[in-house]
Design a protein around this ligand. Sequence first.
Ligand code: FES
Ligand SMILES: [Fe+2]
Length: 359
Amino acid sequence: MDFTIDADISVARTLPARVYSDPEIFSAQRERIFARTWQWAAHDEVVKVAGQVYPFTLLPGALDEPLLLTRDANDQVHCLSNVCTHRGTLVVEGAGHDTQLRCRYHGRRFTLDGRFDSMPEFQGAKGFPSKADDLPSVALARWERFLLVSLRPAMPFDDMSAPMRERLTGLPFGRLAFDAAGARDYFVNANWALYIDNYLEGFHIPYVHSGLAGVLDYGEYAVELDRYSVLQLGVAKQGERTITLPAAHPDTKRRIAAYYYWLFPTTMFNVYPWGVSVNVVTPLAVDRTRVSFLPFVWDESAREQGAGAGLDRVEREDEAIVESVQRGTRSRLYERGRYSPTRETGVHHFHRLLAEFLR
Ligand code: FES
Ligand SMILES: [Fe+2]
């Protein structure tokens, strides 16, 4: 893993091909990248009312961490370990509603904020209960309707998301409704980072996405880098649908068709005229990736207009190309490439972050 990505894109070489196919490197990424960064957990409706509990597995295949979202009686949302502090049973097995958490193995009880409450047959145990008998709590961040969590965050969520939150201020997030029927999971036979590489450049749009290329002005496509995020701005061709922005917004003169926001490493917030498509990348194995499309809608009438239309087709086009790259990176005759200094700044930035975290 002793590779570097030169800070100067004009001389830098791309990520070594083995990063995409070596099981040991994938394994190292679990603790070095995924456990230290912010990952999508759920949207706030899964714990909408006090007493609601929502168990989930954080990054199945990469972290496999059993976690639990709860909303307590004071309306506070928590993320807790879902592993009983007695002998390790999963405490909550299905989403539901309760005033307390009770482990079904030997009846240990916890409050909804994770504190140990009671346990039968422990009268003689010394120094019990202690802090170690509470369910560990996990860092939880909230932006609008979206909940993200991190096991050992290397950066505060508010810092990493500040450029995005500021840029998108004034958009009607309060009106978003989750379209459960429109949500889809795609399975891609490729390393997760290849999927991200492809997401982070609009360079391939004219070659791979003929439909999308018809609505976006390729010459105006722009990429902005921040410490742990990348924004790509899709600018609409004349006559194509744009996002309705508040009057004072800095982008009102730019005919914005889409904001494509990526948060290192696996979360994308794509803002379209119809609302927000959250894309969640789950690395299932070194060469297998799940990509979840979660639509949150503020204007159903714009659903099939502009850059936010035909997303299923665009996704299939991306899958086909990314799977082709996965096969190519296994070649004995390919090692590293070079970056376009004008079109691949986002990919370069991502590779720099990967190198930093893997070091
Ligand atoms: S494992 Fe939970 S009470 Fe024993
Ligand atoms: Fe694409």
